[in-house]
Write a protein that binds this ligand. Structure first.
Ligand code: ADP
Length: 193
């Protein structure tokens, strides 16, 4: 049993621009579990100029995926920390089948199997438009049209197969990510219990 209410060991999945970051914040506030974002951790490593950050920067700026080896290492270290024992929201990890398999093995070893994979479903063109808008506001280095389209392509080829992976394991919950932040948030609360 999880310590919190409803599902507390969660993978959040969705294409770039699906609103994962926004919804993740609301979920972790409600559940009291840590928000584990490999994107945030990698950006922090880039900013701090660590060896991992130096390796990851060019790859991230191009919209490609950082190596499985690096992100699995980061995620394992973070999930092994004490605060993740009560649950966690994984955001941006896993992103490949190899990462999903590594996560299954790790959680089995820790004795804390995943409760669910919550997948936000969106219209691809709508999210490209959302991201272009965010690019103007935030100026993230990987938010320009070519990179955004590349991140979409990478999502479709590398990450979308995880939907089948979690469906087979009866852990997939799909929620529409279209509509207002509040409407999506309400659907997620109902799905997570
Ligand atoms: P998005 O805004 O597309 O949701 P994130 O903030 O999660 O992206 O991640 C930004 C970038 O960091 C990705 O495009 C990728 O280069 C890298 N990254 C983050 N998580 C992973 C991962 N699990 N595997 C490989 N690369 C990752």
């Amino acid at each position: 049993m999880s310590a919190g209410i409803g599902k507390t060991r969660i993978v959040l999945l969705g294409p770039p621009g699906a609103g994962k970051g926004t919804q993740a914040t609301a979920i972790v506030d409600a559940k009291g579990v840590p928000h584990i974002s490999t994107g945030d951790m990698l950006r922090a490593a880039v900013k701090a100029g660590t060896p991992i950050g130096k390796k990851a920067k060019a790859v991230m700026d191009a919209g490609e995926l950082v190596s499985d080896e690096i992100v699995i290492g980061i995620a394992e270290e973070r999930l092994g920390q004490a605060d993740a024992q009560k649950g966690f929201l994984l955001d941006g990890f896993p992103r490949t089948l190899a990462q999903a398999e590594a996560l299954e093995r790790l959680l089995e070893k820790l004795g804390t199997p995943l409760d669910c994979c919550l997948a936000l479903t969106v219209d691809n063109e709508a999210v490209v438009q959302r991201l272009l808008k965010r690019a103007q506001i935030e100026g993230r280095a990987d938010d320009n049209e070519a990179t955004i389209r590349e991140r979409m392509r990478v999502y479709d080829s590398q990450t979308a197969p995880l939907l089948g992976f979690y469906r087979e394991r009866r852990k997939l919950i799909e929620v529409s990510g279209m509509g207002t932040i509040e409407a999506v948030g309400q659907r997620i609360r109902e799905a997570l219990g």
